[in-house]
Design a protein around this ligand. Structure first.
Ligand code: BDP
Length: 697
């Protein structure tokens, strides 16, 4: 099995009892395929039911005396409009749906009802998922609506089809053959996204090539938009802030220049001519060398608002990124907050500030970004990374569900207890008008879409959480395994354990106890905690760990950068006191003595060593668990994961040895008894920084 079908496999349900139950209660499907989306619903439900039930289920436009599944909206189905669902449909909104059982003329029928075609499509995927996960349908009553409006993938895809931080092949967008050739994958991509509720896609890299805004590319993108539209997917572009001067022939791109303002209006009008439901722009400005309004002495708000004004008449939005940092600042952690909090209230209504989950950069563990909870007057959305830039690329198994839920469920205390990040980004805490969540995509042209077979679970988890942030990482893993592999207990249990331990394993062998950014600069794959001489101090590793003879860690309390002041109490107090700081965040906030006694009774040095070794043991445990499922899934995917786990074990050892040997040069302490000794010297690992990654990707 090559994994192409993702979680939408629809193989026949092997449990006979379950299959029979479904077969006897779904004799036929009733719907009217009078729109593009309903044609897709028909296609999907036919494919799903015939596959899962192992039997063709007829589709009719009227109810007969068979028990049926009726899918419709009040405007395309008499049955749905006769059921008095008005209030309920209203409460689930435009994208939501109801799944219920109703008795009509003495026969039991299932219904999937929505106010819109897209809602009915989401309901259809949900219904199929119930079958795929063997749920009992008796007396079913589901009301589902997304908690967040804009649920978007961010593709860091370049126009030459390379993908920044992409590890699954080339970009899916074949620019040179668009708009003429429709690669069948475009549709499969949209379908996969719709199945998990994703409703938007930013096609190109945030480090944006201005050519994306030329009419040539707009036309190409319009073709993609046409294919995605019936699946409810809106297209957005990353915009280069200097486009007016780079491709528009203007003298400058100053947002206060009336000619520049007019250029953006005309450009936006042109885009809407080709893509009538265009979503808007994503902008990375004055960040890592990208141009922006500050190049003309203007603020981020002044810049964003010019684009927002051009988009407003078309109901488009601007997603303006808050990922800023400069080499002059003492602490990169502080910068997003320091830059954007003073601008709160100055952004136009159709701007959403896009904030990464943590204050640095998608590290294996970060505390939540203090901007969540600090912007009562500015729509704020979250950006998560699905692609594993800091998690071993597509070589390592890392299920990110636990990272996402940890970030989403953190409590900001912005308005007292319970003001979680989730409730900030779903608009509840500050009553935001526009809400959103973005995930940096991990898809590419690899046959299985994501490189590592388990990379699919991160795409899946992102979508499920974007729709419903109250789900747990474990429930999502459970669904994904059932849909992707099988229902057998002997498989379910070990695979779920592997997934649930994998994120923490990755934290342990790379950067335990709140260490961060110890990566070799540039590729971000292997360790280089010794990096100290680079053009920018904030790109070195020593900047982040601050190890010296006394201890290790970044003091962000009042005696240091005081970044903790950006959090509301009691979060601030929690991180202020060394004793109150949870150990997994310890070195994020404190410079701690090597001899400090940890909760385990070990010294900090011993604990650090212990965790690095534990990380490697975790990977070995994952390997043993994976070995136990051989024969329970197809050999192709089994072997693929097995080989990747071998790489992961080698890399975990590499990380552990490099870091432990390097930190030892500061602590001056021995590796405690009982741990296997690093095979090589520190010098050897330093050399690997230059060479090893080349062989790995
Ligand atoms: C960093 C990546 C870089 C991105 C940047 C961003 O290393 O490739 O361009 O984030 O998010 O994580 O803009």
């Amino acid at each position: 099995d090559d994994g192409y079908r993702l979680w939408l496999r629809y193989d026949q349900i092997s449990n006979e009892e379950v299959r029979e139950q479904y077969r006897s209660s779904i004799g036929e499907v009733v719907l009217n395929d009078n729109s593009d989306t309903f044609a897709l619903i028909k296609e999907e439900i036919t494919k799903g039911l015939s596959g899962l039930l192992g039997k063709d289920i007829p589709v009719n436009s009227q109810v007969t005396d068979n028990p049926s599944l009726i899918i419709g909206t009040p405007s395309n189905s008499n049955v749905i409009s006769s059921l008095d669902l008005t209030e309920k449909l209203k409460s689930v909104g435009n994208e939501g749906f109801l799944i219920e059982q109703h008795e009509i003329d003495g026969e039991n029928h299932f219904i999937i009802a929505s106010s819109t075609d897209i809602g009915a499509l989401y309901g259809t995927f949900h219904f199929l998922r119930l079958l795929q996960t063997h749920k009992d349908l008796q007396d079913i009553a589901i009301e589902s609506a997304p908690k967040i409006q804009h649920r978007v993938l961010n593709h860091w895809d370049n126009l030459d089809r390379t993908v920044e931080r992409g590890y699954a092949g080339l970009s899916l967008w074949e620019w040179k053959t668009l708009p003429n050739y429709e690669d069948p994958r475009y549709k499969d991509y949209a379908r996969a996204n719709a199945s998990i509720g994703i409703n938007g896609t930013v096609l190109n890299n945030v480090n944006a090539n201005p050519n994306m805004l030329t009419e040539q590319y707009i036309k190409k993108a319009a073709k993609l938009a046409d294919i995605f539209r019936p699946y409810g997917i809106t297209v957005y572009f990353s915009a280069n802030f200097f486009a007016p001067s780079r491709i528009g022939g203007l003298e400058n791109s100053d947002p206060l220049n009336p000619k520049v303002q007019q250029w953006w209006k005309d450009k936006v009008d042109q885009i809407y001519k080709h893509i009538p439901d265009f979503g808007g722009f994503l902008v990375k400005a004055n960040s890592e060398g990208q141009p922006g309004p500050q190049d003309y002495g203007r603020s981020h708000a002044e810049g964003a608002n010019v684009l927002a004004e051009a988009l407003a008449p078309h109901d488009g939005i601007v997603m303006w990124r808050a990922f800023v940092y400069s080499p002059e600042q003492e602490d990169r952690f502080r910068e997003g907050y320091d830059e954007f909090v003073p601008l709160d209230g100055e952004f136009a209504d159709n701007v959403i500030l896009q904030v990464k989950n943590g204050p640095i950069d998608f590290q294996p563990r970060e505390p939540f970004h203090p901007l969540f909870g600090a912007l009562p007057e500015t729509n704020t959305m979250m950006e998560l990374q699905i692609t594993q830039e800091y998690f071993g690329f597509s070589n390592h198994l890392a299920y990110l569900g636990p990272l996402y839920t940890e970030a989403i469920n953190a409590d900001t205390y912005a308005k007292g207890e319970g003001s979680t990040v989730a409730k900030v980004i779903d608009g509840e805490v500050f009553n935001y008008e526009h809400t959103g969540i973005a995930g940096v995509a991990n898809t590419g042209t690899n046959r299985n879409w994501t490189g590592h077979p388990f990379g699919q679970s991160n795409w899946y988890a992102f979508g499920r959480l974007a729709w419903d942030h109250t789900l747990t990482a474990e429930e999502i893993a459970d669904n994904w395994i059932r849909m992707t592999f099988s229902h057998e207990q002997d498989l379910m249990e070990p695979v779920k354990e592997i997934m649930m331990m994998s994120r923490e394993a990755g934290v342990r062998y790379r950067n335990p106890l709140g260490l961060t950014h110890l990566y070799a600069q540039g590729h971000h794959y292997g360790p280089a905690p010794w990096t100290s001489e680079l053009s920018r101090p904030d790109w070195t590793a020593v900047y982040y760990h601050k190890a010296d003879e006394e201890g290790i860690g970044f003091d962000r309390t009042e005696t240091g950068s005081n970044a903790i002041e950006q959090y509301h109490p009691p979060v601030k107090e929690k991180f202020d006191e060394l004793e109150d700081t949870p150990e997994e965040y310890l070195l994020w906030f404190h410079h701690v003595s090597w001899d400090h006694e940890m909760s385990t009774g070990r010294t900090l040095w011993e604990e650090l060593v212990h965790r690095y070794y534990q990380g490697v043991e975790d990977v070995r445990e994952m390997q043993r668990k994976w070995a136990s499922v051989e024969g329970l899934i197809d050999q192709e995917r089994y072997d693929h994961v097995e080989s990747l786990l071998e790489i992961q074990e080698e890399d975990a050892i590499w990380w552990r040895n490099a870091c432990v040997l390097y930190f030892q040069t500061h602590s001056g302490k021995p590796i405690p008894e009982g741990y296997e000794k690093p095979e090589h010297s520190l010098e050897y690992y330093k050399e690997l920084e230059e060479t090893h990654h080349i062989a790995r990707f």
